[in-house]
Write a protein that binds this ligand. Structure first.
Ligand SMILES: Cc1cc2nc3c(=O)[nH]c(=O)nc-3n(C[C@H](O)[C@H](O)[C@H](O)COP(=O)(O)OP(=O)(O)OC[C@H]3O[C@@H](n4cnc5c(N)ncnc54)[C@H](O)[C@@H]3O)c2cc1C
Length: 421
């Protein structure tokens, strides 16, 4: 594998850039692997990378029905933050943010992580109280967070609607280490790094059936033949229920919903931060991409579907929110909108767990928040598969938690920033 560096750019510049090699191989699937991960989104690729890097395992394949990074990995609004409060979630997302902070170096790939502040607007005294509780908990447990009063917010972001907003803005809860990154880059970075450690990434390879031998999986039926595996991990996000049923396991506590994102025509630099129309207001957030487009995220489309396209009422809703908090966007033209399929769990928190089949592991239930989670998700899922037991951080991220009454519901802790990227 070429190592990417200033020297490599210089050297290849002298030879007309003919010295670069492919970023990853395109291998034929083998008949059998020690570990097969289904789904080459961010979670599947990160898992394969950490299985190889952290645990020294090599005979691994990642099977992808389309092209790698073509699912939600390439469709999200790229917000990265760790402003979670519930035990389990807060350690998990803080670990993820720490991995993000060194990811470009670790992968030798610029994932364009930009720590530009995540600013959640507050619209009522009750929202401020709830945010104070959450952000104080974050600070006490090793993360960062602060509250801004109205004067600070106005000085930092002058062009919000401070005069006539439907939900008056009273201040903000801010995580400065949060920000966003480039979604393609992280998928490609993980793919390249995993491939260089010997992982076979097999695209155009759809899993169509799961062959069981009693209480374990013996092989996967795929569009490119039967592939045997000693251990199997599902990391297929919005398609988790489909795979689950192929394994004959019934129903998951997951619903598949659509979530849309939007980008405007490019503008000159206007917004340095990620701004969330926040607690006590509507479901809407906004940031500006490196190319200048305003990136908007809204609420779910609110009907279950596997279609990767959205409906028009949500376009109207998002446009209303945008002009409500930033009236200066009124004449900006929307360039594109698209949708991804969300694996919505019943308490809004994910599953990284063993299953009732001895050698099958589940990574699912990422809701709106799986982009930021992908490094830690890969880290802990790889650890679970390699050691066949959950790390204490994820021990309540299992399917049995509802039976035990330990829902990890951030909503119950007050505000619900997971609704905003
Ligand atoms: C509009 C939108 C905005 C979002 N914004 C944010 C955000 O700002 N911040 C944040 O943290 N999160 C965000 N998310 C959520 C985040 O994108 C997802 O939670 C995360 O990408 C899911 O994990 P993944 O990348 O592994 O999924 P995916 O990329 O969907 O990967 C799953 C892969 O499995 C493959 N697959 C499915 N079935 C099969 C099969 N039978 N055989 C083989 N392969 C199969 C799919 O093709 C797909 O490539 C957003 C999502 C959307 C749609």
């Amino acid at each position: 594998m070429n190592r990417y560096s200033a020297w490599a750019v210089f050297k290849n510049g002298l030879s007309g850039h003919r010295g670069w090699t492919r970023q990853w191989r395109d291998p034929e699937p083998k008949k059998a692997y020690d570990i097969v991960i289904v789904g080459a989104g961010l979670h599947g690729l990160a898992t394969a990378y950490y299985l190889a890097k952290n645990h020294g395992l090599r005979n691994i394949a990642v099977l992808e029905k389309g092209w790698l990074g073509g699912g939600n990995a390439g469709r999200n609004t790229t917000i990265v933050r760790s402003n979670y409060m519930m035990p389990g979630n807060r350690e998990f997302y803080e670990h993820s943010l720490k991995l993000w902070e060194n990811l470009s170096h670790d992968l030798n790939y610029n994932v364009m992580f930009s720590q530009r502040y995540h600013v959640t607007l507050l619209h009522s005294p009750a929202a401020r109280d709830a945010a104070a509780r959450r952000y104080n908990t974050m600070r006490l447990t090793g993360s960062d967070g602060e509250l801004w009063d109205l004067a600070t917010l106005k000085a930092e972001i002058p062009h919000l609607n401070y005069n006539n907003a439907r939900f008056p803005i009273t201040g903000a809860a801010v995580q400065k280490r949060a920000g966003n990154a480039r979604h393609d880059a992280i998928a490609w970075g993980y793919a390249r790094a995993a491939d260089s450690l010997g992982v076979d990434i097999i695209q155009n390879c759809e899993v169509t059936g799961v062959t069981r031998n009693g209480g374990e999986v013996s092989a996967l039926e795929t569009s490119r033949g039967t592939i045997a595996a000693k251990k199997v991990g599902f990391a297929v996000a919005g398609n988790s229920s489909r795979l689950w049923q192929m394994a004959g396991l019934g129903r998951l506590p997951i619903e598949s919903h659509k979530l849309q994102a939007f980008v405007s025509e490019p503008l000159k630099p206007l917004l340095d931060h990620v701004v969330v129309f926040g607690v006590g207001g509507a479901h809407f957030y906004i940031s500006q991409s490196d190319k200048g487009g305003m990136v908007f995220g809204g609420d779910l489309d609110w009907y279950k579907s596997y279609a990767q396209r959205g409906n028009l009422p949500m376009v109207q809703d998002v446009a209303e929110c945008a002009t409500s908090i930033m009236p200066c966007l009124g004449r900006v033209r929307l360039l594109r909108h698209w949708a991804g399929v969300m694996d919505m769990s019943m308490d809004g928190s994910p599953f990284i767990c063993k299953t009732s089949l001895k050698n099958l592991y589940l990574n699912a239930g990422w809701n709106y928040g799986g982009f930021k989670a992908s490094p830690a998700s890969g880290w802990y899922f790889a650890d679970l598969i390699a050691n066949d037991r959950p790390d204490p951080v994820i021990e309540n991220h299992d399917l049995e938690r509802f039976r035990r009454g330990v829902n990890i519901d951030e909503r119950g802790a007050g505000p619900d920033p997971k609704l905003h990227g």
